[in-house]
Design a binder for this molecule. Structure first.
Ligand SMILES: [Fe+2]
Ligand SMILES: [Fe+2]
Length: 480
């Protein structure tokens, strides 16, 4: 079978010749009803019967991999799709660098590899759970469709990880695949594995910030795993990244459109001071300082996903050839990091300062640094919109020490500029940095659905172009 072509005949669309792999095919078919139950219970609430204009992956050819059509979400064709195998691919880093890539799990790394797959897999259904009520308050059918697109693709990413578990990890893989359907975001007894995936996504500004910041952590992790010497993981992640790009597009353009609407409304009303919050709010838009606070929150929660700055697990995974650095293939060094150092931001004698650490131990720090650089690109574009309206305000990413719960800075309180605060100072000033109850109430008051084709809620501008080049009036969701 041509890898570019996807077999759509069976229950599970795939390009991994599942038809010839009876054991794995059966295992996935057995897992399927539990997945559909999970989707019906925890997927978008209230819209399972609606027809949604969705893209479905039909190929892994970068030039034309998706088709668009109306689909009821429970009937979406979630498939197992791997990017094409690269002829003669070698392990690109670590102690096995230069050896042929693995097509089976190397026995000595089985547990480590399984854990990497499970942790990635756990984030996928978690975000669907976090976003399940948002359809009801969608600011337009266009946005609703984008939400559901993200949701079905996170569902497919779960399939991607479950395929690896079922195919390569035997009985324990099967158990892990079951457990992925059992955990629930925010559940006190059976939470998802990582903190940011147990937080609420209560409103659409949160959703856009989440897809901008937290899906971007996903991108970084997938980029690092796409370098893996374990070839099936590499190929899976490479294709997931194609879909992930849209999620960050949704986040970046969502925030852009909110900022744009705010600036337009301020200009029309002759308000030039962004800190006239009450006046701005009277216009039915979200004031820029509140957008900043939301960014502070989602950015800081997402930084925690990178784990401890100094990490033996990260060092081991790299050394073993399982998880590389961001775009390892474009880096120019020995790709082994046995010697060499990397500057790590630490809290030393109450001061935040760089300390050179062994490069191998500092891989989480490095990936986080790459992430911050990537985050700043879109923030620059947000600021361009503000500047174009002649408003003196800049969105800034907070200091990495701000509002942290994991790693070096979890044991201190820093403000958004990285100044260390006394505990009572932090308590008093917290609402200067993070959304207050009143901010949350205000945003919630704006979350009135707008479900007429071509119309948008008061607080968000229409997109520049439609999905699949559809015109403005297009009915992206036919609500049933
Ligand atoms: Fe994902
Ligand atoms: Fe995503």
């Amino acid at each position: 079978m041509n890898i570019q072509q996807v077999d759509y005949d069976g229950l599970i669309p795939n390009n991994v010749a599942l038809g010839d792999d009876v054991r794995v095919k059966r295992a996935l078919e057995k897992w399927h009803p539990g997945y559909i139950d999970w989707w019906n219970d925890m997927g978008p609430e209230g819209f399972q019967e609606s027809l949604v204009y969705l893209r479905t992956a039909v190929s892994v050819d970068p030039k034309g991999w998706a088709k668009f059509d109306y689909v009821r979400m429970p009937e979406y064709r979630w498939g197992v799709l791997l990017a094409p195998q690269l002829e003669g691919r070698k392990i690109p880093f670590g102690m096995h660098k230069g050896e042929g890539a693995w097509h089976e799990v190397p026995g000595e790394y089985r547990a480590m590899l399984r854990r990497l797959v499970v942790i990635q897999g756990d984030t996928e259904p978690a975000s669907v759970e976090q976003q399940r009520y948002l359809g009801k308050t969608a600011p337009s059918l266009y946005d609703m469709r984008n939400l559901f697109q993200v949701n079905v693709e996170e569902g497919r990413h779960l399939w991607a990880m479950v395929y690896l578990l079922q195919k390569y990890f035997g009985t324990d893989g099967r158990e892990e695949a079951e457990a992925l359907l059992q955990r629930r975001s925010g559940d006190p007894d059976t939470p998802r594995m990582l903190g940011a995936f147990n937080e609420k996504t209560p409103d659409w500004l949160s959703f856009f910030m989440f897809t901008y910041f937290t899906d971007r952590d996903g991108k970084m992790q997938l980029e690092a795993l796409a370098q893996s010497g374990f070839d099936p993981l590499s190929r899976t992640c490479r294709f997931m990244l194609t879909e992930e790009a849209h999620h960050m597009f949704v986040g970046e353009t969502g925030v852009t459109r909110i900022i744009q609407r705010t600036c337009e409304a301020m200009k029309e009303a002759g308000i030039s001071d962004p800190n006239e919050i009450e006046k701005v709010r009277k216009l039915g838009v979200i004031d820029l300082p509140t957008i900043q606070k939301k960014a502070n929150m989602h950015f800081s929660l997402t930084l925690d996903l990178f784990g401890n700055e100094i990490s033996t697990n990260a060092a081991n995974a790299f050394h073993a050839g399982l998880k590389g650095r961001y775009r390892e293939d474009r880096l120019k060094d020995d790709h082994q990091l046995e010697s060499g150092t990397y500057p790590v931001l630490r809290l030393i004698d109450g001061k935040i300062q760089n300390e050179d650490s062994p490069a191998l131990s500092a891989l989480n720090m490095r990936l986080r640094d790459d992430y911050v650089v990537d985050c700043n690109v879109g923030v620059g574009r947000w600021n361009k919109v503000i500047a174009e309206h002649g408003i003196a305000f800049e969105i800034k990413l907070p200091h990495v020490a701000f509002h942290r719960h994991i790693g070096e800075f979890s044991r201190t309180n820093a403000d958004v500029d990285g100044n260390i605060l006394f505990p009572d100072e932090w308590t008093n000033r917290r609402i200067d940095f993070l959304p207050s109850a009143a901010d949350k109430d205000y945003i919630e008051s704006l979350m009135q659905p707008q479900m007429e084709p071509g119309k948008f809620a008061s607080w968000i501008a229409p997109p520049k172009v439609g999905i699949d080049n559809k015109p403005g009036e297009f009915e992206y969701v036919k609500i049933a």
